[in-house]
Design a protein around this ligand. Structure first.
Ligand code: BGC
Length: 421
């Protein structure tokens, strides 16, 4: 029994019969949508989805659970679904879509996908991830690039530093920023943020093939190797350039430090651009986006999508299908991604309204795919089963926080964490 079934008023039927209520109103339902888009840029993007649904006469029930990276949202979602009280849609991505589908709680969206031609509008790898046993159970909104470095050009000018393109340059710039009294790296010590930095270091130091072998295929010989040792040591060195208030800090507060020039740079996915833009800042002028050091030819992807849950009420099912349809429409893909900092996932979109960061992202998405250096983000739930992801995040954050833990010990623990498959 769906407790969100809206009360049907007998008057409604009478008014429809008299032609007083429109057809839209007659089929209007409620969509309850779970997400964790609560920062400035994220909230603006989420508001576009709400407006799209309201324009169609549906009621939007916001189910926002704050917490970057979505860990808190997933915990709340589990308890809701277990108690038989699923929302219409929830921000779920990567292998977790399959995990939820296996529970038998997701709805089949093939009707919408067929009518809207999703198979021909999505990269095949993305489409496959949205299907369970060949049926669509989720709708995608965007492609985020995770391996970015965001920099404040004023801060760099003050420090006489150059925006880095490799790790040697990164540490040289960090030293210069420090000498100029600027916090070199804005960081938030939460495990998904630690891992976001870690995976960019792994990609930059080890390269795309190493990244895939170690962190996607979970090959023990790569997880414990001289390359991984170097990755871990480089990663730990980044910590020397963060400030003492980093532990626990939210990612958007770290971005705000770069916006204000209190900090020089941040390693973060392009939802950070949503923050710069929401603060009225212009790319190339007030802030700079460059690929994380050593990763210009690679692309760590993170596709946000909404899994659709089985619902009982017919009007709500219709609203849910309208949501899935709207999400993939060109109008929504444009306006949402302009606010979110990401690029449309729908192929063939005109990017005229997008800035240079987005255009670079779109070009690199295509070229890295051809070159075999398009890799899924572990930190953002795109690569490995959630149990492995959680275990690996714990190891990486322990290593980041515990100055007594050696790289050797961290590698042994990574090998053990990978066995949670
Ligand atoms: C999501 C983004 C979100 C970010 C920070 C990522 O995992 O994919 O949509 O903006 O976390 O909350």
């Amino acid at each position: 029994m769906n407790v969100f079934r809206p009360a049907r008023h007998p008057l409604g039927a009478a008014l429809i019969a008299c032609g007083v209520l429109s057809a839209t109103a007659a089929t209007a339902g409620e969509v309850e949508v779970l997400h964790w888009w609560t920062s400035g840029g994220e909230a603006k993007a989420a508001a576009e989805l709400k407006a799209t649904m309201q324009k169609q006469g549906h009621t939007w029930k916001d189910f926002a659970v704050a917490g970057g990276g979505g860990d808190a949202a997933m915990t709340v979602l589990k308890s809701r679904v277990v108690s038989g009280n699923s929302p219409a849609a929830a921000q779920i991505k990567g292998p977790s879509i399959q995990e939820w589908a296996r529970e038998g709680v997701l709805a089949n969206m093939d009707n919408v996908a067929k009518a809207e031609k999703w198979d021909s509008l999505l990269p095949k790898a993305v489409a496959d991830g949205l299907k369970y046993q060949a049926h669509y159970v989720a709708a995608p909104v965007n492609v985020h690039r995770v391996n970015w470095l965001w920099a404040n050009p004023e801060a760099f000018k003050k420090a006489g530093a150059k925006v880095p393109t490799n790790w040697n340059e990164f540490f040289a710039a960090a030293e210069a920023l420090k000498k100029a009294g600027i916090i070199p790296v804005a960081h938030g010590g939460q495990n998904w943020q630690d891992f976001t930095t870690f995976e960019s270091v792994a990609l930059g130091v080890g390269g795309a093939d190493f990244y895939k072998k170690a962190l996607v295929q979970l090959d023990a010989g790569s997880l414990k190797s001289p390359t991984m040792q170097k990755v871990l040591e480089t990663f730990k060195k980044v910590k020397d350039y963060t400030d003492k208030n980093a532990p626990g800090r939210d990612w958007n507060l770290a971005t705000a430090m770069v916006i204000k020039g209190e900090a020089g740079m941040q390693l973060m996915g392009d939802w950070a651009k949503g923050e710069f833009v929401a603060a009225g800042k212009a790319p190339g002028k007030d802030f700079v986006c460059v690929a994380a050091p050593g990763t210009a030819k690679s692309f760590t992807y993170n596709v946000d999508s909404f899994a659709l849950f089985k619902l009982k009420d017919a009007a709500n099912q219709k609203a849910q299908q309208d949501l899935a349809k709207a999400i993939m429409s060109p109008e929504f893909q444009e306006v949402f991604n302009l606010n979110k900092g990401s690029i449309p996932v729908r192929l063939g979109m005109n990017l005229d309204k997008f800035d240079e960061c987005a255009k670079t992202s779109a070009a690199d998405f295509v070229s890295s795919n051809k070159a075999g250096s398009l890799v899924p983000s572990i930190a953002h739930g795109m690569a490995v089963p959630s149990a492995v992801e959680g275990a690996m995040k714990d190891v990486v954050s322990q290593y980041w926080n515990d100055d007594k833990m050696t790289a050797g010990a961290a590698m042994d623990r990574l090998v053990a964490a990978a066995k949670n498959k």
